[in-house]
Design a protein around this ligand. Structure first.
Ligand SMILES: [Zn+2]
Length: 155
């Protein structure tokens, strides 16, 4: 039988908020995850009173693999707005179609954010983690075959 799915198809996910412990049940657009170049995909969820935003990292099978108590998308914008030209940067490059087996939640967050543009320093700012730790984990992920490489970029 042929399966037909519309662009507007949604998938229900369940996430426990690390800030207020509320369990959030919400629909996300199937296409948002399926056609993303990232795996996992960071999805920002806003809820509660006072309103706050968290980020769920959803894999291609629509499982929530990690949760961060901050709005990752906002942090990405902040980090990228501070980017300066002609700065020497360590930039990790993603690999396509990598499976997430054996990946812990910190490695997973890095894999969701690596895009061949963001530097180790920016990833550290976004994830609120020490730069050296992010660098070490990126190099680990290269050795594990989960990232392509870490290159020195000046642009
Ligand atoms: Zn909450």
């Amino acid at each position: 039988m042929l399966e037909t799915r519309s662009w507007a198809a949604v998938v229900e996910i369940k996430v426990e908020c690390p800030v207020c412990s509320q369990v959030i049940v919400t629909d996300i657009r199937e296409a948002q995850v399926k056609y993303s170049l990232r795996n996992p995909v960071p999805i920002v969820l806003t809820h509660g009173d006072p309103e706050h935003a968290i980020t769920a990292f959803v894999d291609k099978e629509f499982r929530v693999r990690a949760v961060s108590g901050v709005n990752i998308v906002q942090r990405i914008q902040e980090a990228e707005s501070r980017r300066r030209p002609l700065e020497k940067r360590f930039v990790p490059f993603p690999k396509e179609n990598v499976d997430l087996k054996g990946i812990d939640s910190f490695q997973l967050k890095i894999m969701a954010l690596v895009d061949g543009r963001r530097s180790v320093k920016e990833l550290a700012e976004i994830l609120n983690a020490p730069e050296m730790r992010v660098k070490i984990v990126c190099e680990q992920l290269v050795r594990m075959g989960k990232l392509d490489s870490v290159k020195v970029v000046v642009e």
